[in-house]
Design a protein around this ligand. Structure first.
Ligand code: F6P
Length: 343
């Protein structure tokens, strides 16, 4: 059999571990070959592919962040217009099954290819952990570890200077990274996109701390967080070429508002792409490898239209339909449990 794979959307620690898992399983269990398309859907459309061998080089990518195939984004309209070209490219390359690795947008594309008769098995990916129908995506644990380490470090400098530190973490639509890093790092307030925030509540929590003799406060803010209507205005940034909202730095705006209201010294740290770079944690390497092995086996067993999924401790398969359409948001009770420790 000839398997093709590609990585699409934002990169994520563990992508290379998935690719390695696919290549090694294809070779060792089935004697199959694997080809990788470069730069996501764009490379598939432009027929840019490289042969991936089960050799020492692929073995060593386990530890490497990013993706050896490169990644990219393609506007859904361009993707749809290219269906005949995609079919032709896959046929010419002798590809029997395609394993796209990506987030919700990529899996939507995979579903559409499946509906157009292309044999597809997806692998879910995102540091945001927002893909539905899977408990955890690889990359999330690494991002949380990076953010937690940053918060740990901010405690001491904040305390030394009697400051409020606002830490902005990734999380476009959901607040899993903020929730977990905030809890692990002992933040004094955490703001997530699912629950519009009230700046006065954040200020009250900080003020309470100072009144009780604490010298500092740490507020974790997800980049996609927004205020409750009528509380404070956020700058607007418009929409980019892929239809994504352009963020305007909610962390800094929250910091400014705290300073204005309380007069305390406030500083902002935006962690940004640091959370997505570098070597994956051991947990992410294991999870990503298991996804790769499982997707490769599913492709050989003809279980198309599916996506590898973590359910509890086991990796299984769910239909692509179940994985797309809605995002896995933070349940309110999880946020309330975190809120019990605010202030
Ligand atoms: O979806 C993952 C993610 O890291 C989001 O949290 C973030 O908003 C986005 O990707 C940033 O992507 P880009 O690479 O386009 O800056």
């Amino acid at each position: 059999m000839r398997i093709a794979t590609l990585t699409s959307g934002g990169d994520c620690p563990g992508l290379n571990a998935v690719i390695r898992g696919i290549v090694r399983t294809a070779s060792s269990e089935y004697g199959s070959t694997v080809v990788g398309y470069e730069d996501g859907w764009v490379g598939l459309l432009e027929d840019r592919r490289i042969q991936l061998y089960d050799d020492e080089e692929i073995d060593r990518v386990l530890l490497r962040g990013g993706t050896i195939l490169g990644t990219g984004r393609l506007h859904p309209d361009k993707f749809r217009e290219g269906i005949e070209q995609i079919k032709e490219n896959l046929e010419n390359a002798g590809v029997d099954a395609l394993i796209p690795i990506g987030g919700e947008g990529t899996l939507k594309g995979a579903l559409w290819l499946h509906e157009n008769g292309i044999p597809v098995v997806g692998v879910p990916k995102t540091i945001d952990n927002d893909v539905n129908a899977t408990d955890y995506t690889f990359g999330f644990d690494t991002a949380v570890s990076v953010a937690t380490d940053a918060i740990d470090r901010l405690h001491t400098t904040a305390e030394s200077h009697n400051r409020v530190m606002v830490v902005e973490v990734m999380g476009r639509h959901v607040g899993w990274i903020a929730l977990h890093a905030g809890m692990a790092g002992g933040a004094h307030y955490t703001v997530i996109p699912e629950v519009p925030f009230d700046i006065d509540e954040i200020c009250k929590a900080m003020e309470r701390r100072f009144q009780m003799g604490e010298k500092y406060g740490i507020v974790v803010v997800a980049e996609g967080a927004r205020p409750k209507e009528g509380t404070m205005e956020l700058k607007t940034g418009g929409i980019d070429q892929f239809g994504h909202e352009v963020f305007t730095g909610v962390g800094q705006q929250v910091a400014d508002a705290i300073h204005e209201r309380l007069g305390h010294d406030v500083r902002t740290t935006v962690l940004g792409h640091i959370q997505r770079g570098g070597t994956p944690t051991a947990y992410d390497r294991v999870l990503a490898t298991r996804y790769g092995v499982h997707a490769c086996r599913a492709a050989h067993e003809g279980k198309y239209g599916t996506v590898a999924s973590l359910q509890g401790e086991s990796i299984g398969l769910v239909s692509l339909q179940d994985a797309v359409g809605t995002l896995k948001v933070v349940p309110i009770e999880r946020y309330e449990a975190a809120a019990a420790l605010f202030g």
